[in-house]
Design a protein. Structure first.
Length: 583
């Protein structure tokens, strides 16, 4: 068993706000709202209130997470929902045990590895690539099965109770917030540039894009998902995976060029896994195993930093904050190594052999730390033995309850409104997760990620994901639940919040609001949010980095538990309500 790590057994829409639009709350980054009974952080206040309602009814963190997720399907349909999938990390306080529920989408039974290879006469614009748009892009949705199983096994209330808030949101209608308005405006622009999309994806155009008329604050949106949510509340997951709803899903997918069958839906099963486990700064880290890449990359980065500190007499004292240019350089180098390993090795462990022990071994991370040059960067191939061919719909929930339980849950339909395919009878927005496979070898996916044959398409296989729900435990108590949205940038946002909170003991509001960086090895570009760019771009350029500015890296939701109580924070980059809700 490794001294640093013990292996137990492993989206994403563009964000609408720029950092210049961050709420004035950033002027005061102290943690001033503490709760004793429970707290919910979600990137829409109405979804968070749904979870809080369940906590007040006596539900636990799992009940509240399920309620929040179903509510997000109503209020954040472009980011996540019942037509997608996700990962849930749970800390059960009474048992002092962590577990993982994997309800990632799967490839249909008639999938094949070369199904997205372009023919000699095919020439699709990237934004209309069949791995991203249309029925062929749709993976078998797992969210309903995963949420229902989590609630049945680990919740305290009934399915009807936890679905009631989402159904009520359908009844009363909601105000479309600025993030959703910007998200929908992006798609209206796409539909304007490609006029045929209005007919091809008419249910989306009609139900979610308001036939091209921009949503305003004073026009309520009534979700078309009410009927299917009521059926799930009454009948459980079978209402979604069999019968009229399943028939409507399959008919819609096949009419849009897809290959899904009724058997695909009927046979879908979520998988309970053991989390990846590591140690960082006297905290135990519980995070996602494959088919998430997030957990391994986070643990590799944290482990490389620990190893680097151990190799130098000054230890962590040499880095007083993330804004030390040399520490930024160290972070980037550690990230490049970890993302290179992601590209070469990672895939669904139910189908491929992923060398988890080797990837997270003390020796590997120590050698990696020794190899980092602090006076410059290295050629691309130095970060992994796999050199690739050259060339954002997600939402996160963090919850803690009065009994000490915690949940970190990330869900997605992949990019904005997924495949653009919407089931007309029930308003279900279907994912485009097939693009998260190595759909065409050597060609980047929607997030610029190059991937190996380990992530090739196979029937029933789950595509590699960057979703990174993570729980930190200290002295038997869950003290931080964290995760985010934003494709591979989720990973960067998550480990940087961990650094701010755990390494420098910052207030969680400050940790979530602090400026971020991102490097995923390919493309060989370092992205900095504006504050870091203004202050440190010149220094990092002299070290050999190709530096670019990016308004937003990712949006993160986090909850913490301290002696003062519980506290939740929603990232101001995406949420208009920064404070989590609780009581």
């Amino acid at each position: 068993m490794h001294s640093w790590l013990r292996i137990l057994f492993y989206c994403c829409t563009p964000l609408a706000l720029s950092l210049g639009d961050l709420p004035a709350v950033n002027a005061d980054l102290t943690d001033d709202k503490w709760f004793s009974q429970g707290v919910v952080a979600a990137d829409h206040p109405l979804a968070a209130e749904a979870g809080l309602t369940i906590l007040k009814q006596g539900g636990n963190a799992v009940d509240a997470c399920v309620a929040t997720s179903f509510a997000l399907s109503v209020v954040r349909p472009g980011s996540c929902g019942i037509g997608g999938g996700g990962f849930m990390v749970v800390w059960l306080a009474e048992e002092e045990k962590a577990l993982v529920l994997d309800y990632r989408e799967t490839a249909p039974e008639h999938s094949r590895s070369n199904m997205f290879q372009p023919g000699p006469k095919e020439n699709h614009p990237d934004e209309l690539n069949p791995s991203r748009v249309g029925g062929l892009a749709v993976g078998i949705p797992g969210t309903v099965a995963g949420l229902c199983e989590a609630q049945q096994k680990y919740g305290k209330l009934t399915l009807q109770q936890v679905l009631a808030p989402a159904i009520e949101l359908c009844n009363q209608g909601i105000t479309v917030d600025h993030h959703a308005q910007a998200e929908q405006a992006d798609l209206i622009d796409l539909f304007t540039r490609h006029a045929g999309l209005r007919t091809r994806f008419e249910p989306l155009w009609k139900n979610y894009l308001n036939r091209g008329i921009p949503w305003t604050d004073n026009r309520p949106f009534h979700s078309p998902q009410k009927e299917v949510l009521e059926l799930i509340a009454q009948e459980g997951p079978n209402a979604f995976y069999t019968g009229p709803v399943a028939e409507a899903i399959v008919d819609t997918v096949r009419r849009s060029g897809g290959i899904m069958t009724l058997a695909d839906l009927k046979n879908y099963q979520p998988v309970e896994r053991q989390p990846l486990q590591g140690e960082f700064q006297n905290h135990t880290v519980y995070t996602m195993p494959p088919p998430s890449s997030g957990g391994i990359v986070i643990l590799q980065i944290l482990g490389t930093l620990e190893a680097y500190a151990q190799l130098h007499p000054e230890g962590w004292k040499q880095f007083a904050s993330i804004e030390d240019p040399l520490f930024l350089h160290l972070l980037v180098e550690a990230s490049k190594h970890a993302f290179a390993d992601r590209a070469r090795f990672l895939g669904d462990t139910d189908f491929v052999d992923v060398p988890l022990d080797d990837l997270l071994s003390t020796e590997r991370l120590q050698n990696r730390a020794k190899s980092i040059l602090m006076n410059g960067t290295k050629p691309l191939e130095s970060y992994g033995s796999f050199l690739p061919v050259e060339d954002a719909g997600t939402s996160h929930i963090s919850i803690m309850d009065q009994w000490g339980n915690a949940v970190a849950c990330t869900e997605t339909v992949n990019t904005q409104f997924g495949s653009l395919v919407v089931v007309p009878e029930y308003g279900i927005v279907l994912n485009n997760e097939m693009d998260d496979f190595a759909a065409v070898p050597g060609v980047p996916n929607a997030f610029g990620l190059i991937q190996s044959a380990a992530n090739s398409i196979e029937p029933g296989k789950k595509p590699l994901s960057s979703m990174s729900p993570t729980i930190m435990v200290k002295e038997g108590k869950a003290v931080l639940a964290v995760g985010g949205s934003g494709g591979p940038r989720i990973i960067s946002g998550t480990w940087q919040v961990i650094l701010h909170r755990v390494l420098w003991d910052e207030p969680i509001k400050q940790a979530v609001s602090s400026p971020r960086l991102h490097h995923q090895w390919i493309p060989n570009t370092l992205y900095l949010e504006p504050t870091l760019f203004t202050e440190h771009a010149a220094s990092l350029l002299t070290l050999g980095h190709d530096v670019k500015i990016r308004d937003i890296i990712t949006a993160v939701q986090a909850t913490v538990r301290t002696e003062e109580g519980m506290r939740g924070v929603n990232d101001p980059r995406k949420s208009e309500e920064v404070d989590g809700v609780g009581f």
